[in-house]
Design a protein around this ligand. Structure first.
Ligand code: HEC
Length: 122
């Protein structure tokens, strides 16, 4: 009898372990809500110069490449500082919004974000 219960508890534990394991891999490719919000803002304010979907061929400046080594505060400061043809976004976007844009640029564009409208310069 004791052995029966031990087996039952063992089987239940195993079943729980298998069923209860969080399936994180399926979500790994999906943008987080923050990254999606950042993509939307990027499409409204940044894609004309930095490239639709971060594609380099129509970009004034390869923001994705530059952002790889750029900490968030530097990105936000950079986006609020006019330089050359780069306008300052200090009055148009909040730091939290620029942080979302940073999250998107840092992550890079993936197909699940293809539905986000992006302004083109041509
Ligand atoms: C009118 C064109 C234009 C638009 C719109 C634009 N940028 Fe830029 N951006 C540039 C150019 C050109 C540079 C390179 C400036 C330089 O260093 O000469 C640049 C550089 C940057 C840099 C790097 C600054 C640094 O400190 O090195 C950041 C960060 C940046 N842009 C963020 C943004 C974000 C975020 C948006 C949208 C909210 C945006 N840009 C919209 C043209 C643009």
């Amino acid at each position: 009898m004791t052995r029966f219960w031990a087996l039952t508890v063992g089987a239940a534990t195993l079943t729980f372990a298998l069923v209860g394991t969080p399936r994180t891999h399926a979500q790994d490719n999906k943008a987080s809500p923050r990254e999606r919000a950042g993509a939307v803002l990027f499409g409204q304010y940044c894609s004309t110069c930095h490239g639709v979907r971060l594609l380099k061929q129509d970009a004034a400046f390869d923001l994705a490449a530059a952002t790889k080594e750029m900490p968030e505060e530097r990105f936000i400061r950079g986006a609020k500082t006019a330089r050359g043809t780069m306008p300052s976004f200090a009055s148009q976007l909040k730091d939290a919004e620029l942080a979302d844009v940073y999250a998107y640029v840092k992550r890079g564009h993936t197909p699940d974000l293809d539905d986000v409208p992006m302004e083109s310069n041509h």
